[in-house]
Ligand binder design. Structure first.
Ligand code: GLN
Length: 489
């Protein structure tokens, strides 16, 4: 049976949109939009992937069709995309899934949105997320949780869980997320998608609601590695609106070897990795080896401290970024008896529990007397991590480990914050070092489902995580395509 338009990848949809008019399989931009928008409306009451599904933008649809008919080359022309609710689209609400910004309407386009609009892409809606991108399950949204389309009794991961569920639920062709500590890669892994966190500075953060400014990057969640490459190529580039963006050639170019040397830090894969994830990972490695790639054991001793460093740096940066949301300048504004009461009330009512926890943690680690012990130490560890990775990259092209310890968990299972933070154990290092990283599907694990009768099981996807040197996205895509290949054969 042929695929429905909403089930297609970017490449497939782009091809179908370009078939000669006489062919039956030819797709129009309108048909593609309708297939996605109708499926999104049908599934959203169950999935809660979208906070808002936009009305069709007739002018954009017609102009995309005209461009395709006139020979437009951008494969994103006419393709519907979903956008995480912390990325600004002019005229639309961008709430970061917080009560604080519930009614905040963006006055300009994020640079990535402007680039995608220029390529002719269409936007189907804004997706649910953990409030201000703090979390790994989308349970911290102020607007209800999102369900994993593979098993609706489980989380889709987070914080870009809405974007992941939207794509995995076949309600849209691809989506944008943001990744500060794993928020693109972990939900991609838990929903069977490809998720890319680009090199820090490769993609503009202008128009992304900031969480951890030295860690945040926007990136794609897609059905294939090729689709991730297409979105990345369109959104990347230095930007005068973001002074942390980098020129294309800031780092030395990395050659793509046909036969890859894959570094495995086996010492990190201890008993905390579930047996099924470990065996799926080992199986993938064996297949890669049979395909002619070389496996190399490497040591990354400081990586075991990365999670602790991340949970000092990220709250520190988030606490300063969120200080502007004070009931005076933006967002929810409550009025008390005094100015201080205005601040307290606005922030207490506007922010959810996890956000408040991180603001407290962040202001603590930055406070005089503690800044040296916590923030400066954590910050110093970034240079050590970068050095260790650089040393490893002298011997290998890429570094691989599983994206998560286990498949998607059940709602409420990680109500203890520390257990939730452990979800990010493998993903945070790429944000601390600024290196690009990707999660690619590596099969599924069978687990009982509580949403069905007893004895029924569901296949839960898991991910293979690859890190490459700064600006070596070309190497990353090549390695990811190899993993995709061994899993499809
Ligand atoms: N789960 C991590 C956190 O809660 C990462 C979040 C993110 O990447 N935005 O901080």
């Amino acid at each position: 049976m042929s695929k429905k338009p909403n089930e297609m990848t970017i490449t497939e949809a782009a091809r179908a949109l370009r078939l000669p008019a006489c062919r039956q399989a030819r797709l129009t931009v309108r048909e593609l939009w309708d297939a996605c928008a109708n499926t999104a409306k049908e599934k959203n009451p169950e999935l809660n992937a979208y906070l808002e599904i936009f009305d069709a933008d007739e002018i954009a649809i017609i102009s995309a069709q005209e461009r395709i008919d006139a020979g437009e080359e951008s494969l994103l022309c006419g393709i519907p995309l979903a956008v995480k609710d912390n990325i600004l689209i002019e005229g639309k609400i961008a709430s970061a899934a917080s009560k604080m910004l519930e009614n905040y309407r963006a006055t300009y386009d994020a640079t990535v949105i402007a680039k995608l609009k220029a390529a002719g892409a269409l936007f189907i809606g804004r997706t649910n997320m953990d409030e201000f991108a703090m979390g790994s399950s989308t349970e911290h949204s102020a607007f209800g949780m999102t369900k994993n389309p593979h098993d609706t009794s489980r989380v889709p991961g987070g914080s870009s869980g809405g974007s992941a569920a939207a794509v995995a639920g076949d309600t849209v062709i691809a989506a944008l997320g943001s990744d500060t500590g794993g928020s693109i890669r972990q939900p991609a892994a838990l929903t069977g998608l490809v998720g890319l966190k680009p090199t820090y500075g490769a993609v503009s953060r202008s128009g992304l609601i900031a969480m951890g400014s030295s860690l945040d990057q926007i990136g794609p969640l897609t059905k294939t590695v090729e689709d991730a490459r297409i979105v990345y190529e369109t959104i990347k580039g230095s930007d005068p609106m973001d002074s942390t963006t980098i020129p294309e050639d800031l780092y030395p170019a990395c050659e793509v070897h046909q036969k890859l040397r894959i570094g495995i830090p086996r010492h990190l894969l201890n008993e905390s990795v579930t047996a099924e994830v470990q065996s799926a990972f080992d199986e993938t490695l064996t297949k890669l080896e049979s395909a002619g790639h070389t496996l190399v054991d490497i040591e990354l001793p400081t990586s075991s401290h990365a999670l602790a460093a991340y949970y000092v740096i990220m709250p520190a940066e988030a606490s300063t970024n969120l200080a502007r949301l004070d009931g005076m300048r933006y967002g929810h504004a409550a009025r008390g008896e005094t100015l201080l009461a205005d601040y307290l009330q606005s922030r207490t009512e506007g922010f959810g529990e996890e956000t408040r926890r991180r603001i407290l943690l962040g202001t603590f680690v930055l406070s005089s007397g503690y800044i040296d012990a916590y923030y400066r130490k954590a910050d110093a560890s970034r240079a050590v991590l970068r050095r260790e990775y650089a040393q490893a990259f002298a011997q290998v092209d890429v570094i691989a480990f599983p994206t998560t310890l286990a498949p998607a968990f059940k709602f409420g299972e990680k109500s203890d914050p520390i257990s939730m933070y452990l979800e990010d154990i493998f993903t945070v290092t790429a944000n601390l070092t600024g290196m690009p990283a990707i999660s690619v599907p590596m099969g599924a694990v069978e687990r009982p489902s509580t949403s069905l009768g007893t004895g029924e099981t569901k296949q839960l996807p898991i991910g293979f995580h690859i890190t490459a040197p700064h600006q070596a996205e070309n190497v990353l895509f090549a390695a990811a395509a190899e993993v995709e290949k061994v899993h499809s054969s």
